[in-house]
Design a protein around this ligand. Sequence first.
Ligand code: FES
Ligand SMILES: [Fe+2]
Length: 440
Amino acid sequence: MISQDLNEQITRVGRGTDTGEVLRRYWQPAALIDELAGNRPVVPVRLLGEDLVLFRDEQGELGLIQRQCPHRGADLCFGRLEDNGLRCPFHGWHFDRSGQCVEQPAEPEGSRMHEQIKARAYPVVEKNGIVFAYMGPGEPPAFPEFDCFRAPETHVFAFKGLWECNWLQAMEVGIDPAHASFLHRFLQDEDPNESYGKQFRDKAANTEIPMTKLLRDYPRPEIQVEETDFGLRLTALRHMEDGRIHVRVTNQIFPEAICIPMSREMTITQWHVPVDDETCYWYSMFTSFGAPVNKELMREQRLKEHRLPDYAPLKNKSNSYGYDPEEQGVMTYTGMGMDINVHDQWAVESMGRIQDRTDEHLGKSDVGIIRYRRMLRRAIDAVKAGDETAMPMHGSVALDKIFGPVSTDAIAQDGDWKAAWHDSDAERRKACSWDATLAE
Ligand code: FES
Ligand SMILES: [Fe+2]
């Protein structure tokens, strides 16, 4: 357990807060490209507690500027998208994508007041289906050479979903390899051939064992955590009765993403992005090392579970996440259906909007969480000391030298689990149609 002060320090994200200042030094997912697809590409964005509006101008470029008009505060989400920018409907002030006010039609002819008016604006970049924003000081950093960014657009599918809780508890479920044996337990194994686009339904590594069975039969993983250039690598070892070892390698990408295997073909890179202190979005990039992703199918699967435009899940607190005690008896550990996202959502939302960590009791299996919080506190200190190079991906290693991260399941026949996961990953990368080599 930790003090209330520390809990506040590592959860709050507004401007000027300790953790907010750390998060602002990394690119943040702000919207899906899909959200800009309609006739009027203007969407509200609430990110790190700031209200913004994202729009595409006539040159096809994106702007992300403050939502309240700098004149008298009207809502620019209702702006007129015209003249290569966004015009406030109240008095016609016009802003370009950099936030610069370029016209004030009610002011006297020849007035130059607009030159002094600039809406707060943040740089944005499109990457394989997601618009990323940089909300920190100085020049935005480059992107690391992660698989989800290197893979061609055909091999990445992006989606998001709203969770009604603080980002940190959402992220912490992703660095907790033990929970998969319980929260996501299926009491019956379905045919792994029906598993496309879903997690934990494939066969485990190069075996005939369904992942569901393996997680169920071996609930006490040995978890190892090491620091890397990008964050943490978590290795979960499940020692099987016949002497083989199942190895699952997952990652924490600092500050708020994880990268995990989804199936033999795909990985998931998932950010837990604070909307504000009490709400977050998960943004996922599903990256295929095999065939191009079937985006229509994956989108359809997920749109069945979410409503637009806010991507709120249809199963939620108001309908008890679809909880069915009968199902809990015979089918699933939770009684909340087969979609593991709903299980995670229940776990993290049921803790309360901001988990009271003064009353938690971490065990050995929570080692990933303990190590992550330590890393976050070090980053907070680094920002305060003005020594940002002490933060992951901020200069100590060049970003074009940071690859992967390797996320895989493997079986070690002979006890050499390190070789097993390296080999299984190398095999996948070698057969990949795009350049997935882990260059030095
Ligand atoms: S409030 Fe926007 S132009 Fe007046
Ligand atoms: Fe989970």
